[in-house]
Design a protein around this ligand. Sequence first.
Ligand code: 3PG
Length: 397
Amino acid sequence: MRSIKELNLEGKRVLVRVDFNVPLDEHQNITDDTRIREVLPTLRYILDHKGRLVIMSHMGRPKGKRVEELSLAPVAKRLGRLLEQEVDLAAGCVGPEVEDRVGKLGEAEMILLENLRFYPEEEKNDPQFAKKLANLADVYINDAFAVSHRAHASVEGVARNCAEAAAGFLLIKELKYFKEALENPRRPLVAIIGGAKVSSKFGALENLLSRVDKLIIGGAMANSFLKSMGFDLGRSKVEDELVEAAGELRQRAIREGIKFYLPVDVVVAREVDPKAETKIVPVQEIPADWMALDIGPATSRLFAEAIYNAKTIVWNGPMGMFEIDAFSRGTVSMVYSVADSYALSIVGGGDTDVAIHSTGQTDRISYISTGGGAFLQLLEGKPLSGVEALGGTEIVE
Ligand code: 3PG
């Protein structure tokens, strides 16, 4: 793929796909603008090089219909404040009115198109819709790493329909860190995988087995592994249909000489409630009507020791139900262990990202990816549609 730096942007209509799918509160206030801030270098670069900037993004999952609460209006305001320049929001993404407004853009002026997912054609990667988007531009830039795993019209189809297409600075940075961590890592390479469901991470675990030196598993997904070892998990969440596969994966890891770490103690409660009574118990002693909701302190120490000598760390998924204080300590302690290490640390996935922000340790992590699903897809070893449409991960200069 080409980099934006290789293109002449002066006077050109530059259509940029970004991922402004930012969290909003009930009053449509943006609660975290990281995804907006992360693409500012690309947007500023286009404006500085006298491009006529057309920005497009999705927000949420409106399922092909106009949903006022998912308008990009709050994003237009925040972006304007960050760029210190008013950002016009178009009423839609295609059609005569949008074409007219884009046609009238002067050099270094910009417009933000309304939520792409108000159109059912977007997620269907409809060729006509992709062509209409492409017709708005002379140059297409993908700087939307977080949605690049989706073969949607604005990510995939448009890249194939525009005369010139290239990657923005954020997309390049994300892929560069990922390569550094997983393709040519300094060793030991430690992967920490957590979260609720082993089913959603199984592909990633399988792929990681051929790359990592140590694999640490936490969160509710660890339960399926513990069950495969014969532990009684009480009422803990277990994906029964995956217990056998989890056992096999663990055996394979051991056979291949990968150090495999599971919780040795857990925080249990009878219900998922901030006020619930909690206990810390070894995994051998989970009471029948209790459930494991976080890793325990002995596990936190074990995991901290396991990553102590790491040279590269990749982390995806929390260690427990960290959104509830009583079950957040395992994840918080993992944040500090990763932050304290001297390793190159790459963290991805919405929840993990929130945990790091809430502890104020962001600056002590080498790189926090803006991607959730896209990051996971890379962990699975699968290419991203949006990157493939640009010609693949190798930067052509
Ligand atoms: C994300 O938040 O991971 C991206 O914006 C993609 O959103 P999606 O999962 O709704 O496609």
